[in-house]
Design a protein around this ligand. Sequence first.
Ligand code: SAH
Length: 349
Amino acid sequence: MKEIRGLFPDELKTELLALGEKAFRAQQVFSWLHEKNAESFSEMTNLSVSLREKLAEHYTIAPLRIETVQESALDGTRKYLLALSDGNMIESVLMRYHYGNSVCVSTQVGCRMGCRFCASTIGGLVRNLTASEILGEIYAIERDLSERISHCVLMGSGEPMDNYDEVVRFLRLVSDPAGHNMSLRNITVSTCGIPENIRRFAKEKLPVTLALSLHAADDWTRRKLMPVAERYTLYEVLPACDEYFQKTGRRVSFEYSVVSGVNDNKEEAEKLSSLLRGKNAHVNLIPVNPVTERGFTRPSRERVEAFQKILVKNGINATIRRELGTDIDGACGQLRRKHLDHPEKGGAS
Ligand code: SAH
């Protein structure tokens, strides 16, 4: 059955006309789905019972079911393990900021990019999420909290540029003024760097923030951490990011997971400064989250600060990511992995 939440307003209109309904019904249904967050057709009380039945015969809303929630006692961060209608599990994280609620969404079940420090990729890619399922992450959390989600980051499990069409559909749907109406400026899309899709993305003219997972200032070091660097060199990826900036006017942000003994020395900081000099860039330093299955460890706070100082001295805007929810499961994909390893514990440690 078709997932009705993944349809654009004009597609919904075409579908409803084909069912013999009037066009304005499409606006009502769209509003129920994306503004009022309905999870069943029976909630759509301004539609006739027969229309609601007809919709239920042809479409599914396929809401995500909350399997477990862990809440941080330190900062209120909430980690959700969500079940998809086929039984697959994904993770989403709610983060509370002074400017509003933000959700870190997954874009795939698992991931095939193979980054060595990342838990999401351990079992490989299971499947892409649909636009409806990515929206479902935000809507399920919004319903759970009865609070608005105003921001989102595509930094959960999966590689957004490896699920291009559904991710772009998601972005257009979540920002639709007749629906959830999230500002695209409040959205960050993070990628390990697939140049052809970054260039294609630049042409969509969606004013989101693009974040590149850089993690190293040269290809040799980058290849130690990210298999994708075997496929594309920095001299292919960085010009694609420049094009993104030129086409959208949006500053690109660079993520740099700092790993002890791999990319945390002074020379790397100098090299990174030279690589980014002259770009309107922002570097986000992330002390690596140790994942049990991987051998990487994080440097001391002082070492990360020393790294940051060098960047700043060289005129590069750099911040150390504030960590949220450190008392619940750490890095991306860890909750889902724990669930896969010990399903009886529901993912909790
Ligand atoms: N596939 C996208 C989004 C994934 S995760 C990407 O690669 O950008 C978002 C960020 O968290 C990425 O920069 C990723 O490299 C980083 N990350 C993943 N696991 C991590 C860990 N254990 N410690 C620190 N950063 C991690």
